[in-house]
Design a protein around this ligand. Structure first.
Ligand SMILES: *Cc1c(COP(=O)(O)O)cnc(C)c1O
Length: 353
């Protein structure tokens, strides 16, 4: 029997496949590798989700996630027609690529950034244009590409945690004929935000998620803001019932308890400051982070060895197989106690050399 995978479309066959951060099924790991929030979701979320586990699950959920949209509309002062809720912001990224990028169309992304963008471009058989960040993680002028169908900026960026200035975002939005995606997955840990740019730049799509700041990665809730005509286009392409009932209920409750999220974001920011200075004391170079993780660089001992040694001690951080990041580790901000444990291990590992 010949291999049926030969029927796969050629551009799918060529794909490498995305490797997400490890999610160990067993063992007591200190997980600082996938930027999950170290704090539990709001008690209001847990209570409402528990209460919703009844006969209602028989029915399909609201295809428009109206309860979530109306809360977002009130919170951000934008019309519901300019909002779309997705099964994580990954789904919204996926939708945007499918709706705006055809075969061989140019998609510009910086490097290094969130690896999922590259996979999406390959899936669409688009033309990926990767532009290297400068050493200090600012964007060079050649990032502005007039003929790109899509330009994507994660702000704050992962894995660097750094910010692109609003000035540069405006220059990109003005300088391209295509759409510009501003992926604000980590925006609640920063003091910035691009929503106010929507009015002046109609080609902008701003995406956010409840996975990081709201501690709801498992529920898969993302949302995006754009011109109503763009939202209407994306909505045509989405699965009808893309956000499950429990996810909608969780999202509504999370927005009804916004102060809880903001309190946790403040705690994360404080631990981030402590973590950064501890890492610097240990000899790491640490970029100023506006997210819930830090990127730290060290030449000796080798970052790959530190990663391996930490893993043997049941501490997971992120190491990237990428020349630009060879000397780097990305470390998610945990609780005070978790970071104290990490620093103890790092003290031992680095002192030993
Ligand atoms: C985590 C992350 C996402 C994905 O968020 P989900 O809502 O969980 O799909 C998108 N973009 C960036 C930059 C992220 O780090």
């Amino acid at each position: 029997m010949s291999d049926p995978s030969r029927f796969l479309l050629p551009h799918i066959s060529r794909m490498k496949g995305y490797v997400p951060g490890e999610q160990p099924k067993q063992g007591e790991f200190l997980k600082l590798n996938t930027n999950e929030n170290p704090y539990a979701p709001s008690p209001l979320v847990l209570e409402r989700v528990r209460q919703a586990c009844d006969e209602r699950l028989r029915r399909y959920p609201d295809p428009d996630a109206s309860g979530v949209k109306s809360r977002l509309s009130k919170l951000f002062g934008l019309p519901v027609e300019s909002i779309l809720v997705g099964n994580g912001s990954d789904e919204l990224l996926n939708l945007a690529i499918r709706c705006f990028v055809g075969r061989a169309n140019r998609v510009v992304i910086p490097h290094p950034t969130y690896p999922y963008y590259e996979k999406l471009v390959q899936l669409q058989d688009g033309l990926l244009v990767r532009v290297n960040f400068e050493e200090d993680f600012t964007l060079p002028r050649e990032f502005i590409d007039a003929s790109a169908s899509m330009t994507i900026i994660a702000n704050p960026n992962s894995p660097s945690g750094t910010l692109v200035s609003n000035e540069m975002i405006e220059a990109v939005a003005t300088g391209t004929e295509g759409v510009v995606i501003l992926d604000e997955a980590y925006v609640d840990f920063s003091d910035v935000g691009g929503l106010q740019l929507l009015e002046r730049f109609p080609n902008l799509i701003v995406m956010r998620t409840m996975s990081k700041s709201f501690s709801l990665a498992a529920m898969r809730i993302g949302y995006c803001f754009a011109q109503p005509s763009v939202i209407a286009g994306l909505a045509k392409a989405k699965e009808h019932y893309n956000v499950g009932l429990l996810a909608q209920i969780a999202a509504e409750a999370a927005l009804d308890d916004l102060q809880y999220m903001k309190g946790n974001a403040e705690r994360v920011k404080k631990v981030r400051t402590d973590l950064s200075s501890e890492l610097r004391r240990l000899g790491f170079e640490v970029w100023d982070s506006a997210a819930n993780f830090v990127l730290a660089r060290i030449e000796r001992p080798k970052a790959a060895d530190i990663y391996g040694e930490l893993k043997r001690r049941n501490v997971l951080v992120r190491y990237f197989d990428d020349p630009r990041l060879r000397d780097c580790l990305r470390i998610s901000v945990g609780t005070d106690e978790e970071i104290a444990v990490l620093i103890e291990h790092l003290d031992e590992i680095i002192e030993k050399r």
